[in-house]
Design a protein around this ligand. Structure first.
Ligand SMILES: Cc1cc2nc3c(=O)[nH]c(=O)nc-3n(C[C@H](O)[C@H](O)[C@H](O)COP(=O)(O)OP(=O)(O)OC[C@H]3O[C@@H](n4cnc5c(N)ncnc54)[C@H](O)[C@@H]3O)c2cc1C
Length: 372
């Protein structure tokens, strides 16, 4: 029986484990934290896709949750993913952070591109509670997520001067905003970003009761870009509410347009155009990128744009609406390293068009292409 190691026990890693096991593979999932760890960082933010769009049918059957529910990330973890692992008896090793992957005895340069590489099993090393562990497998499915490392807050995606030194002021996910609500109430917060996550952060900050300066790169009156005729009402509602606040700001909000953070020194934030404001905290929602540090000894092709799969990026480069499940060929999902695949949001990297329903469709294409 061929062995599969899945990296990450998010929704896609667990779906990959269940679907691969159904096809007769011996599957082990290695998860850096707890099951669904990344979803906890969403805090009170709700999915904009109903549960039925987020998991395969046999997993939906195994839990007692309304298929139309728009769950928060922590609810998805607690009510869906954790029970699924127990009920479907998925072999998940939590607190196993994968640190390196290679072919047994081969460096990245040995037999690159040659079928001979596939004759050697993968060696997957992980930091585990009882020390370093090593696993062997014929197939690796990397579902370690695309929203792993926060992007910096300055112009051009670079750190603003002082950003690293004043890192204690920076909050980069909704769960931390929620957890520190008491401390934030009444304080001065600089919010950076104008994507969906920033829109959610603005609404949350409004509920907490803080004074917000919202710095956005764009000159638009309505800074968040809505998907035209968005078929996902929850997503559209968040964007609409944030844009309405920006167009006609209440007392607690000021919007600075064409504004990028240049520096922060002792809480004095300088924005482009010479603007200067005193802040207690910076809520930085400029996006995330994947972590590739475990990939140095495998011959994977990473997209220079998204840091996800290079071939997939080329195949989906023109897809702007994430509700369209793009049709991709098995070769678009190949990583360059035989029998190593990026799965789920890890495959998309920084591309913002990922949805679980797309990841699930691509997972089936990958599983169809695996050696039996
Ligand atoms: C606020 C927010 C709302 C979203 N709402 C939706 C939505 O409504 N619908 C939708 O389809 N998508 C949504 N997304 C996109 C979304 O993140 C994903 O669909 C989903 O989390 C992707 O699942 P995944 O399993 O690919 O990755 P993740 O959920 O990120 O899971 C990756 C897992 O890998 C683990 N991991 C990372 N590195 C390692 C390592 N080195 N070793 C071992 N384990 C590791 C992590 O701890 C984590 O548990 C949303 C994203 C955000 C941020």
């Amino acid at each position: 029986m061929k062995r599969v190691v899945v990296i990450g026990a998010g929704p896609m890693g667990l779906a990959a484990a269940v679907r691969a096991r159904k096809r007769g593979f011996d599957v082990t999932v290695l998860e850096a934290g707890d099951v669904g760890a990344a979803l906890d960082r969403w805090g009170p933010v709700r999915c904009f896709t109903p549960l039925a769009m987020n998991l395969p049918e046999e997993m939906l059957h195994a839990v007692d949750v309304d298929r139309n529910a728009l769950l928060t990330g922590p609810e998805m973890r607690r009510l869906v993913l954790e029970p699924l692992v127990a009920r479907l008896n998925i072999d998940v090793r939590t607190r196993h952070r994968v640190t390196a992957i290679g072919r047994r005895g081969l460096t990245r340069g040995d037999f690159a591109g040659h079928p001979m590489r596939a004759e050697r099993p993968f060696v997957v090393q992980a930091d585990a509670p009882d020390g370093e562990r090593s696993f062997e497998a014929e197939i690796v499915l990397d579902a370690s997520g695309g929203y792993t490392l926060p992007n910096a807050s300055g112009s051009g995606g670079l750190p603003a001067a002082g950003e690293r030194r004043e890192s204690d002021r920076f909050i980069r996910d909704h769960a931390t905003l929620e957890a520190r609500a008491d401390e934030l109430r009444g304080s001065r917060v600089l919010l950076i970003g104008h994507g969906h996550s920033a829109a959610n952060a603005l609404l949350l900050l409004g509920r907490i009761g803080v004074n917000v300066v919202w710095a956005v790169r764009t000159a638009n009156q309505r800074p968040c870009v809505a998907v035209p005729n968005d078929p996902l009402p929850e997503r559209n509602a968040v964007v609409e509410q944030a844009n309405a606040l920006a167009a006609s700001p209440p007392e607690w909000l000021r919007v600075e347009r064409r504004a990028m953070l240049q520096s922060i020194v002792h809480g004095e934030a300088k924005l482009s155009g010479g603007r200067s404001i005193a802040v207690d905290y910076v809520a930085s929602f400029t996006g995330f990128h994947p972590d590739s540090r475990h990939l140095t000894e495998v011959t994977v092709e990473l997209s220079p744009v998204t840091e996800g799969g290079a071939r997939l990026y080329r195949a989906i480069a023109n897809v702007t609406d994430c509700l369209t499940v793009p049709s991709v060929r098995p070769s678009d999902l190949a990583s360059g390293e035989p029998n190593f695949f990026f799965v789920g949001s890890r495959a998309y990297g920084r591309a913002r068009t990922f949805l679980l329903q797309t990841g699930l469709a691509q997972l089936e294409t990958i599983l169809d292409s695996l050696p039996k």
